[in-house]
Design a protein around this ligand. Structure first.
Ligand SMILES: [Zn+2]
Length: 370
């Protein structure tokens, strides 16, 4: 379930109309967030002064934030009825994923972030005047899209039990894959139409979510809800996600339960991870913040195996140059390899300074030669 609030400008318009509306399709009958604007910008010294307070009728699993202006400067803390407020935390912009547009569009320079908050009943934001907060979405990954309207908050469920025997996928070198039904993708929220294209490239991302994540499947659900519902994409933006234990999560739905990310012809389903360069481009996202910590050895092994398997499957040579052409938009780009960081396609630090994409590329090339 998602609750969201409009931008400051939107709030004024909504207030004038006598309504404070949720802008994402949360369930009808659910309580709306209570917004209590603060009285000013963060204080120059001492703790920040909150400018927004959002309360939730259910325990908050995560908060998705979208803003314009400086990427840095937004702070968040969580509050509960039985626990003291958390410390203020700096919010870091996440991977700027997006979809392909048939015609050139002028994109707004927006920042997005996902912050996990198991069990809190409210959150507060502090930020300078230079930041324009566009939306905040409260995500409930425990009750999904069908919570009981008006229900009192209940304790957050324990971390999602993952299957003890994830499905081994022969095409992916027997990598253990947590299928969508196992991590809890909501079929009714999977509304995206599907397009397929031959694979030209593989792109590595990071999610800029918490390291040492106690519930990676819950984080995958939160990303799914933000992408599918709040962003209006109808599904999650990545083809694969990899947690610190090396588990691989099936991302974007191919519509064919017999394959992952592909159709029976071997083309990949187009996702929304690298705006304007998605078609024929497979997106793999490392769960965590790879500007703080490098990927675990298990995660690196899984990403390398994925890249090698996909390269073998599609005849890609990680050491050969790439002349990419988007068959949907006609956009072209020349790169040194078909295996790249998100930042090779568009200006972003994704997948983080500590993700060794060159090492992954070299290891995948070596695995292909073996
Ligand atoms: Zn990215």
């Amino acid at each position: 379930m998602n609750l969201s609030f409009p931008s400051r400008r939107g709030l004024l318009l909504s207030a004038a109309a006598g309504a404070l509306s949720a802008c994402s399709p949360g369930p009808s009958g659910s309580s709306r967030p209570v917004r209590s604007p603060g009285t000013g910008s963060p204080s120059a010294s001492g703790p920040p002064r909150p400018r927004e307070t959002q309360r939730s009728p259910f325990p908050i699993s995560a908060v998705g934030l979208t803003w314009t202006g400086p990427g840095e400067g937004l702070q968040i803390r969580f509050l509960g009825t039985s626990v003291p407020p958390t410390p203020w935390m700096r919010v870091k912009p996440g991977c700027p994923c997006g979809r392909d547009e048939r015609r050139p569009v002028r994109r707004r320079a927006v920042s997005r972030a996902l912050v996990r908050a198991p069990g809190a009943e409210a959150y507060q934001l502090a930020y300078p005047e230079s930041i324009d907060l566009l939306s905040g979405v409260i995500v409930d990954t425990v009750h999904g899209s069908t919570p009981t309207p008006g229900a009192s908050p209940t304790p957050t469920a324990s971390p999602t039990p993952l299957p003890s025997t994830p499905e081994k996928v022969p095409d992916l070198a027997d990598l253990p894959v947590v299928r969508r039904s196992q991590w809890g993708a909501v079929p009714s929220l999977t509304t995206a139409s599907r397009a397929f294209a031959p694979v030209q490239a593989v792109t590595v991302h990071h999610t800029v979510t918490a390291d040492d994540d106690p519930d990676p499947a819950g984080t995958v659900r939160a990303i799914f809800q933000l992408h599918a519902v709040h962003n209006g994409w109808g599904d999650i933006g990545y083809h694969f996600l990899v947690d610190a234990a090396g588990r691989v999560y099936e991302g974007r739905d191919s519509g064919d339960p017999g394959t992952i990310a592909h159709n029976a012809s071997g083309d990949c389903v187009t996702a929304f991870h690298t705006a304007d360069f998605n078609t024929g481009n497979i997106g793999i996202a490392l769960l965590g913040d790879m500007t703080v910590r490098e990927p675990t050895a298990a995660a690196r092994r899984s990403v390398t195996t994925l890249v090698a398997s996909l390269s073998r499957m599609h005849g890609l040579d990680p050491r050969a140059p790439l002349s990419y052409r988007n068959p949907l938009t006609g956009r072209t780009l020349r790169l040194g390899s078909p295996v790249n960081a998100h930042g090779a396609w568009t200006p972003t630090e994704c997948p983080g300074t500590l993700t060794p994409v060159e090492d992954v590329r070299a290891a995948a090339a070596k695995a292909l030669r073996a």
